[in-house]
Design a protein. Sequence first.
Length: 278
Amino acid sequence: MVLLWLRVAAILYAGASIAIFPAVLHNRERWKSAAVHLGGLAFFFHFVSVVEMLALAHRWVPVGVREAESLLGLIVAGIFFLVWWLYKAMSLGIFALPVTFFVVFIPALGVEKYVFPSYGVRLSWLIAHVVALMAAYAALGFSIVASGMYLLQERRIKAKLKPGTTDGRTSLEWLPPLDTLERVAHATLLFGFPCMTVGLVIGSVLVQETDLGPAYFRDPKILASFIMWASYVLLLFWRSRSGLRGRKAAYLSGAVFLVMLAVWAANQFSQVHRFGAP
């Protein structure tokens, strides 16, 4: 029953994590209500799971990594709901709820390591993992290109050069309008974020079939990937809530692109897995 309640909580946390983004980024009241109710139910079942786990073991402290992860997730969710209740700080949910889901997801798979029913099933999950992350990187790359073109177009417009002049900026007349570039940069970010989230979740499942266990999350490449995911969240949040547009948004996208380069650099130091490894 401990595992059953935890799995129910993980599913509800997943729903709350999905609902919190339109709730915060677009200020949708229905999504806010959905995030709070789903998250609240998840916290309840999670609390029941942790209490029953400790009661059955006749102890007050967790023993083992997965028990500690479950308790950590409960504390993170509890602090978020306490802050939300006192200060109505719903915005913190775009960090707290997905983090809680990621922390609870692995213990919810079970005490024993997860085993795929066949090699074909595992290969399908592996392909989905790689494709999702590659799509996220490609989307961010398009966003960076669009942001760079925005800066060039803005500079050309501010120069107020007449057509036919000899200045080199006239060669950039083929650039799309600023509004189009802004929408492309934002749309590609919105596409890339769920791709990265799905890729990380699938990767967390794949590693459970190996002997790596918690060591997976100590790998520099994995840590950098989660940092990049958090950077994605910050970028989307600032663009939506702060009205960040134009040059500042382009510079911020460039900072996230640097994080992406750090992920690829960390690939060379990964002892767990890396692209191109034999």
